[in-house]
Design a protein around this ligand. Structure first.
Ligand code: ADP
Ligand code: ADP
Ligand code: ZN
Length: 214
């Protein structure tokens, strides 16, 4: 099975991806996580990506497309994958179609998770992320059992640089301008499912699983 989690920053893509991994045993591929890893290592990709990410703008298409092409060829994707945060532009979506058809595969589900801007800002300003495994927490809506520590791996929780209010506003605008056109792109391909993203993490999970199971 393969699927895309599409939606604005903070809608819950990463949170739901982690739940789907446990249910379906297929990998989560998050371009954001891969880019943050590259920044940590100070690789050429990381150095280039950082300038865009710090402003809340998108990293150039050719860089993220290359990341995905390489990642999808790895053997753990043979049984499927969850794309979280990719594609984010029509050019990326078209490149993905090409890569998948070369692999003899095609997309099964695209879930568009819908959340209003006010709620997104509340979720992003309170988000804390595990440095080790990338799991997302929220200081109010989804707190860790122990303050500042990841439940799954005991890693340290931190606030992402781009989760500050000024950068968040730009990211929401970038989503509207560059990523939301993908909703009609995938509607035309008949793979889009819109999900109401307001509700508890458990409720959103049930909405996703309901569609997959029918
Ligand atoms: P969020 O989960 O809050 O939407 P991500 O971790 O997915 O954030 O992305 C963080 C940043 O990484 C983005 O603002 C962008 O700069 C960069 N990025 C991640 N994925 C992509 C992509 N597919 N195309 C371009 N830039 C990306
Ligand atoms: P994305 O990957 O789409 O940027 P995340 O999964 O990181 O979003 O979630 C953003 C923030 O919102 C995190 O702090 C997360 O704990 C919290 N969150 C996720 N789902 C929900 C939900 N259904 N209700 C309230 N908060 C949520
Ligand atoms: Zn962790």
């Amino acid at each position: 099975m393969n699927l895309i989690l599409l939606g604005p920053p903070g809608c819950g893509k990463g949170t739901q991806a982690k739940i789907l991994i446990d249910t379906y045993h297929i990998p989560q591929i998050s371009t954001g996580d891969i880019l943050r890893e590259a920044i940590k290592k100070e690789s050429p990709l990381g150095i280039e990506a950082k300038t865009h990410m710090d402003q809340g703008s998108l990293v150039p298409d050719h860089l993220v497309i290359k990341i995905i092409e390489e990642r999808l060829k790895q053997t753990d994707c043979n049984r499927g994958f969850i794309l979280d945060g990719f594609p984010r532009t029509v050019a990326q979506a078209e490149a993905l179609d090409t890569t998948l058809s070369e692999m003899g595969s095609k997309l099964e589900y695209v879930f568009s998770i819908e959340v209003d801007d006010e709620e997104l800002i509340r979720r992003l300003t309170g988000r804390r992320v595990c440095r080790k495994c990338g799991e997302s927490y929220h200081i109010e809506f989804n707190p860790p059992r122990q303050d500042g520590l990841c439940d799954s791996c005991q890693g340290e929780l931190y606030q992402r640089d781009d989760d500050k209010e000024e950068t968040i506003r730009n990211r929401l605008k970038v989503y509207q301008d560059q990523t939301s056109p993908l909703i009609s792109f995938y509607q035309r391909k008949d793979v889009l499912h819109s999900i109401d993203g307001i509700g508890s993490i458990e409720e959103i999970k049930k909405r996703l699983l309901n569609i997959i199971n029918t």
